[in-house]
Design a protein around this ligand. Structure first.
Ligand code: SF4
Length: 324
């Protein structure tokens, strides 16, 4: 084999041809350079100002900082009574919750481990690493039976194989990161906004957007996934100074991606939702008003549903015994 042929053959084996599904995903998550927005250098300061002005009269009344993640925002936006019930509940690991955590660890290892591993090998490495951490999830996995652990392994290995078949292989030149933490301090530490991005690719070029934030979803699609990512776009802008180019939810079971471009309108609606929710979280903590009940699909698993007339009537109707 000649030198040129050899280089071509090595390059080909380093980057084997994409499956149609991988190509479709890549086409959706890669924004052409001429479509990337160049933002104003003051965007970060403007957003911080807008977020702080809504709560300036409330923050001085709280003693402990208010920590806000996508979970609190979603909870208080959907049903405030449910939000308060969740605050009281102690957290408990359950088997279905473990697969997403292990899956994310596998993706992280798949980027950084060399030589590359099969899906089954990565799941083993990920479970061992989590168990060795000895934290809540590690202890939970350690205490399961061999059969329960084997079932989790099998499920996550199948998910991971679907991911490898449908998501383009991550190349170092794309600057991929996993579990990228972002923390934003408002009002000198009285309010802390935080998040951790599952996966990112690309990076900004000075004030031109280039990073894509990707959430890897091992469950079904729900509308608030979009809101979660829009909140992450704010965090990214407030930390880096440039908004991401695209937001993507990748549904691993189906191997499909939903993508949204980040523009001024999207950022404006994220600022509005976040500042309204943070204001409500402060009012609820200060007991300035009663929490509102808002029935939705969350009533199906809400821990206080049995004692909630609003939730009960919604459930009756949703289950078909109410009026059409
Ligand atoms: S049952 Fe529904 S309406 Fe009632 S508190 Fe729970 S989520 Fe809210």
């Amino acid at each position: 084999m000649g030198t040129t042929e050899k280089i071509f053959s090595e390059a080909k084996s380093a980057h084997p041809p994409l499956t149609p599904a991988q190509q479709a995903t890549l086409d959706l998550i890669r924004l052409p350079a001429n479509e990337r927005i160049t933002h104003h250098s003051t965007i970060r300061a403007q957003i911080q100002l807008e977020l702080e002005k809504e709560t300036v009269n409330l923050v001085d009344q709280i003693d402990e900082p208010l920590w806000v993640s996508k979970r609190q925002l979603q909870a208080v936006t959907s049903c405030e009574v449910l939000y308060e019930a969740q605050q009281e509940e102690s957290f408990e690991w359950k088997i279905p919750m473990t697969r997403g955590q292990i899956f994310h660890k596998c993706v992280e290892l798949s980027i950084h481990l060399s030589p590359s591993r099969s899906a089954a090998e990565l799941v083993d490495e990920a479970m061992t690493s989590i168990i060795n951490r000895g934290d809540g999830l590690g202890t939970f996995l350690f205490e399961l039976t061999d059969i329960e652990r084997a079932e989790i392994r099998s499920e996550v290995a199948s998910l991971l194989q679907t991911f490898f078949d449908t998501f383009p292989p991550l190349q170092n030149s794309w600057n991929p990161t996993t579990e990228l933490p972002r923390k934003v301090i408002l009002h000198r530490g009285k309010i802390v906004l935080q998040g951790r991005f599952d996966l990112t690719v690309g990076r900004p070029d000075e004030f031109t957007a280039g990073r894509v934030l990707i959430e890897l979803k091992t469950g079904r699609a729900v509308p608030h996934h979009l809101d979660d990512l829009r909140f992450y776009a704010l965090l990214e802008t407030l930390v880096v100074g440039v908004p991401p180019a695209l937001l993507a939810s990748f549904y691993v079971d189906a191997g499909t991606v939903q993508v949204e471009a980040v523009d001024e309108d999207l950022l404006r609606s994220a600022i509005q939702r976040t500042s309204n929710a943070v204001k409500r979280l402060l009012q609820l903590r200060l007991k300035e008003s009663q929490p509102e009940r808002r029935a939705s699909g969350s009533c199906r698993w809400c821990p206080v549903a049995d004692d909630c007339p609003t939730g009960q009537s919604w459930l009756e109707e949703a289950n078909g015994s109410g009026v059409w």
